[in-house]
Design a protein around this ligand. Structure first.
Ligand SMILES: Cc1cc2nc3c(=O)[nH]c(=O)nc-3n(C[C@H](O)[C@H](O)[C@H](O)COP(=O)(O)OP(=O)(O)OC[C@H]3O[C@@H](n4cnc5c(N)ncnc54)[C@H](O)[C@@H]3O)c2cc1C
Length: 396
């Protein structure tokens, strides 16, 4: 059986779904191929996003927002706490499964077809089109292929596009019976807690009893994520929140970091986690992926209208997302390099240093999870001694 489409999207995550929704809206024939049998499952996300994510989706936030967060308590390895935030809502906690389903439903409403339980096994480039074979033995022909197939993208490898610089390994759970301030996210740093990244507790209801907890670690950490995750419960600083909890669901996954320097080939584009369009400071990829999905679909529509799928033409997509968010992502990799090399002692020292109310006020006012670089200038103005910490960034 052979099926013909203008566009085949590999991966029915939020980013593939968003690209499909936007292209199908322009009446092109679009198909999404998703290897899993259910959209959004298994869960591999903490579900913390900024409100601006809702600028990119066509449904009301009320459908998926479980809680609204006004700040964060950042806990150092020795238990010093830096509190940032105030009265303003800084982030939403979303039901990520429902979020993905809403996006896919909208793409279907626009005419996209979705094939669940269909893993793309191969992709073959021909002169004018690409041929795919699915695990259900369906042959698919498309004019344009969108690789939105996540961190370990097969499409990226088939089309010989570069790989992300790093893959963080994540593990977490959904819990009930917690004892949390629902307005605050708890963040824990330290080389024994989550080497190279951080651990989190994110309240998912207004009572502070339900939460998503988890951590991400460097790929070359001494132990697997399971080790750090079980230690998380034994850590003296977390017991006040997690004493009587029950795990209701497990979360696992990989976060690719280091946005690709090349994200298209002739007749194909790569988007979302497949292109490592992820914030290196937080591991968040929903906002950045949706932003890139907007550029990907606008170039795709233009290519379809002009019947031009050359690399030269599709490069416009790479340029658009790079100008929009590429600098921020590169800057994030530089912040990450500094953070990754901090010892526990240094983390304690800097968190204590940041406890100064003048500094927390600046962080609360200018801090933006999606654009962390916006904080650098006002922070350095207030605390020039931090300059010593970031020589590389200043040089550039
Ligand atoms: C532990 C953890 C916590 C996170 N927390 C947050 C957070 O709080 N906020 C945030 O913004 N981001 C978070 N992220 C990142 C976020 O989950 C990703 O950036 C986001 O899912 C990217 O969407 P995507 O559509 O690009 O990829 P994915 O969501 O990975 O979707 C890709 C899809 O492609 C499918 N697929 C793969 N290969 C094939 C194939 N060959 N054929 C068919 N289908 C295929 C997969 O099954 C998958 O459904 C977290 C990630 C992890 C691991």
């Amino acid at each position: 059986m052979q099926k013909k489409y203008d566009v085949a999207v590999v991966g029915g995550g939020p980013i593939g779904g968003s690209v499909a929704e936007r292209i199908a809206e322009k009446k092109f024939k679009v198909a999404i191929f998703e290897q899993n049998k259910q959209v959004g499952e298994p869960l591999k996300c903490a579900g913390l996003v900024t409100p601006r994510v809702f600028d990119f989706v066509d449904f009301s936030e009320e459908l998926v927002v479980q809680n609204k967060v006004k700040g964060a308590n950042i806990h150092s390895p020795s238990g010093y706490t830096l509190t940032i935030g105030g009265d303003k809502v800084h982030a939403f906690v979303i039901d990520r499964v429902k979020f993905d389903q809403e996006i896919i439903n909208n793409s279907k409403k626009n005419g996209a077809e979705i094939f669940l339980g269909n893993k793309i096994l191969s992709a073959q480039k021909h002169e004018q089109h690409i041929e795919l074979i699915t695990s259900q033995k369906t042959e698919v022909e498309c004019r344009l292929l969108i690789g939105a197939d996540g961190p370990y993208s097969k499409m990226r490898d088939i089309f010989a596009l570069p790989r992300p610089i790093e893959f963080l390994r994540g593990m977490g759970a959904e819990i009930t019976g917690a004892n949390l301030d629902p307005d605050y996210v708890e963040i824990f740093v330290g080389n024994k807690i989550a080497p190279g990244f951080f651990a989190w507790i994110i309240p998912t209801n207004e009572q502070g009893t339900n939460a998503r907890i988890g951590l991400c670690i460097n790929q070359d950490s001494a132990y697997p994520p399971k080790h750090y995750f079980s230690n998380f419960f034994k850590n003296g600083h977390t017991s006040q929140y997690l004493e009587n909890i029950e795990i209701t669901n497990h979360i696992g996954g990989v976060v690719p970091l280091g946005a690709l320097r090349k994200t298209c080939a002739s007749n194909m584009m790569l988007v979302g986690d497949a292109a490592a369009q992820v914030k290196p400071t937080s591991g968040g990829g929903i906002y950045t992926g949706l932003l890139c999905a907007k550029h990907c679909s606008s170039v795709a529509v233009e290519a379809l209208q002009k019947n031009n799928f050359t690399l030269r033409f599709l490069k416009k997509y790479h340029k658009l997302w790079s100008v929009d968010i590429g600098v921020e992502l590169n800057m994030g990799m530089k912040f990450r390099k500094i953070f990754k090399n901090l010892s526990d002692k240094q983390m304690d020292k800097y968190i204590t240093k940041f406890q100064n109310p003048k500094i927390t006020e600046i962080i609360t006012k200018h801090g933006d999870i999606d654009h962390p670089s916006k904080l650098v200038k006002p922070l350095l103005k207030k605390a020039p001694s931090l300059l010593k910490l970031i020589p590389n960034i200043i040089k550039e």
